[in-house]
Design a protein around this ligand. Structure first.
Ligand code: SF4
Ligand code: SF4
Length: 97
């Protein structure tokens, strides 16, 4: 038997939309104010804490940052973690969806 390698551990592989397509049941939508988003303001890759913390892997870390709403579950983690408060969670009653 080969000796155990302590550097190897079990990890889950992130993939887009673990919760499946959420467009029908999500009750809140994250809306990014690009005038506050650090990446957009600096016009270069920056920050991306929303991308890092999104449990569904649906944030595109680009300039500008985009969110794939087909698979976003509306949890609000991105809004909580955004250091510049650029993301607002809009309840569907408020935006008519
Ligand atoms: S609300 Fe934000 S953190 Fe939650 S799934 Fe949607 S993009 Fe990801
Ligand atoms: S966490 Fe906020 S400031 Fe940072 S990239 Fe995402 S939206 Fe922009």
């Amino acid at each position: 038997m080969e000796p155990k390698d302590d550097n190897i551990s079990a990890m889950c592989k992130p993939s887009v939309g673990e919760a499946g397509r959420t467009g029908d049941w999500r009750d809140a939508t994250p809306v990014i104010d690009q005038t506050k988003c650090i990446a957009a303001v600096k016009n270069r890759p920056a920050c991306y804490l929303c991308w890092l913390y999104c449990p569904e892997g649906v944030v595109e870390a680009g300039v500008p940052v985009k969110i794939n709403l087909e698979y976003c579950k509306g949890c609000g983690v991105c809004a909580e973690e955004c250091p510049s408060k650029a993301i607002t969670m809009v309840m569907h009653e408020e935006n008519g969806k």
